[in-house]
Design a protein around this ligand. Structure first.
Ligand code: FPP
Ligand code: MG
Ligand code: MG
Length: 359
């Protein structure tokens, strides 16, 4: 399995750089319209959320820098040492643009959550009332659009058209993943093959809704510092597989968590009619689930009955095993192209944390 190194806590290693992240984003969201500004800043002023994406971008930037195969980027000088972790000693400085990229990744993610909570009619997020609950659906949508617009301006200011393209693809993928999720899944009790097609569809949707943001953000960090193609690809694959593992665990936590741990109510996916890996695996053992999946758990008592069957089956265990396969793959891709450093250790540790997280 992915062993947790006893060193290099991924979050502690970039804590200085992360300390300013929410504050920087709050600055970026200044507007001459007070309501828009207030709504867009809501989560950043509370400084809530795990901020996995920016941590990953910063660690990847450092790990590639420490790996020592970057070609010099003539037009983009490194951040002056006084403003980076370089002042801590041996730690390699990263580019100012890579730090901005970390902020952009969190802004795009948060914008998608504003819209997601409207679509899902969610009342809570990160343990506090959601944007839509607090300000209403209309402002939630508009504030999400405003966040995306500001993120686009920040992206353009990186002055790297390839990175603009890579990061813009994420926005398209988020929308595509969300639309894919709306489709009613049809399974067949007779043909095993059609069930694996459903699983394949679900995994593809996970790539679009979750893994693309992590993959493309990690890749953009590598592109910004002109790292060689093999490392650009490794950064992408690390992010992609971490993202796949992350979403699988998210889907487990929908059954195992609740407000107290995840800051979101349990069984939200079933309530929304969404079938995730634990359901699809459980259905292989309990064919009664097929009908419930197709009617989106809208029959009387469906949600509780399905939840009981799933918790009783090996669906959650098999989902965790699949997440572990992805986390291991992420680590392999990283190890193959990036030299040993405390930052690479931290990325390995992050892969482990994704599997064991409870929130
Ligand atoms: C959370 O999933 C939501 C996403 C990962 C993406 C949502 C994307 C959109 C709403 C498309 C619009 C995109 C932009 C960029 C404005 P979830 O509902 O499964 O998880 P949750 O339990 O955290 O709500
Ligand atoms: Mg949701
Ligand atoms: Mg959703």
């Amino acid at each position: 399995g992915v062993r947790a190194p006893a060193f290099a806590d991924p979050f502690a290693l970039v804590d200085e750089e992360m300390a300013s992240l929410s504050g920087e984003i709050v600055q970026l969201l200044g507007s001459d319209h007070p309501v828009l500004e207030q709504v867009a800043r809501y989560f950043f002023e509370l400084d809530s959320g795990k901020k996995v994406r920016p941590v990953m971008v910063l660690l990847m930037s450092h790990a590639l820098q420490s790996s020592g195969t970057a070609s010099p980027a003539p037009s983009l000088p490194p951040t002056p040492p006084s403003r980076t972790a370089a002042s801590r000693g041996s730690r390699a400085p990263i580019l100012e643009t890579q730090r901005r990229l970390a902020e952009i990744s969190e802004m795009i993610h948060t914008a998608s959550l504003f819209h997601d909570d409207v679509i899902d009619k969610s009342d809570t997020r990160r343990g506090v009332p959601s944007i839509n609950k607090t300000f209403g659906n209309k402002l939630a949508i508009l504030a999400g659009d405003f966040l995306l617009a500001r993120a686009s301006i920040c992206l353009a200011r990186l002055r790297d058209v390839e990175v603009v393209e890579v990061m813009s693809a994420i926005i398209e993928h988020l929308v595509k993943g969300e639309v894919m999720q709306m489709k009613v899944l049809r399974l067949s009790q007779e043909e095993g093959a059609s069930n694996s097609a459903v699983m394949e569809y679900y995994l593809k949707k996970n790539f679009y809704k979750t893994a693309s943001l992590m993959a493309n953000s990690c890749m953009a960090a590598a592109i910004l510092n002109s790292h060689p193609p093999a490392q650009v690809r490794a950064a992408y694959l690390y992010g992609k597989h971490i993202g796949c593992a992350f979403q699988l665990i998210d889907d487990v936590l929908d059954f195992e968590g609740g407000i107290a741990t995840t800051g979101k109510p349990a069984l939200a996916d079933l309530q929304l009619g969404i079938s995730t890996a634990p359901v699809l695996f459980a259905a292989e053992r309990r064919p009664e689930l097929y009908e419930m999946i197709e009617r989106k758990f809208e029959g009387p008592g469906d949600v509780d009955a399905a939840a009981a069957m799933i918790r009783d089956s090996d669906g959650l265990e098999r989902t965790k095993l699949l997440a572990q396969v992805h986390a291991e793959r992420a680590v392999e891709e990283l190890m193959a192209e990036v030299e040993e450093s405390e930052y690479r250790d931290a990325l390995v540790h992050l892969a482990h944390k994704v599997l064991t997280r409870k929130s």
